[in-house]
Write a protein that binds this ligand. Structure first.
Ligand SMILES: [Zn+2]
Ligand SMILES: [Zn+2]
Ligand SMILES: [Zn+2]
Length: 140
């Protein structure tokens, strides 16, 4: 698999110029459900001369273009992952580990909401995450 090439294609498809920083940052997200904060990314790309401001700007651009999305893990700093693969998360409120899962019964919830809603008759999208305590934290 030629990862670098794929990323260039994606940037091109979104009409974005393929800069070194954009390719490097996108490459860090190459796995589905890889959660990254701006600081994590900066730690990996700074040796190539990319500064933190560029990291923030690139994340903003990627989010606008729907390449990545913000995940609410209640950690204080924004966490991102690749967009386009529909799933939800369970987050440990003690150690912040995050597990992804694909089950989604949002259609049932959506039709229930719409049935009871005064103001809406369309739901286009949804996001929700679950919070709990992981097994290893529960042992402590
Ligand atoms: Zn995920
Ligand atoms: Zn935990
Ligand atoms: Zn869902």
């Amino acid at each position: 698999m030629v990862v670098g090439c794929q990323h260039m294609e994606l940037l091109k498809a979104k009409g974005l110029k393929s800069t070194q920083a954009r390719r490097d940052i996108l490459a860090l997200f190459n796995e589905r459900h890889t959660l990254l904060r701006a600081e994590d990314i900066f730690a990996k790309v700074k040796k190539k001369g990319t500064d933190l401001a560029t990291v923030y700007r690139t994340l903003e651009t990627f989010e606008e273009q729907g390449i990545i999305r913000k995940v609410d893990v209640r950690s204080g700093s924004d966490v991102y992952e690749l967009a386009g693969h529909h799933h939800h998360h369970i987050v440990c409120t003690k150690c912040n580990i995050v597990e992804g899962f694909n089950d989604c019964n949002a259609e049932d919830i959506s039709s229930m909401l719409l049935k009871n809603s005064k103001n809406f008759n369309v739901i286009q999208d949804h996001s929700f995450e679950f919070f709990g305590v992981c097994k290893s934290c529960a042992k402590r």
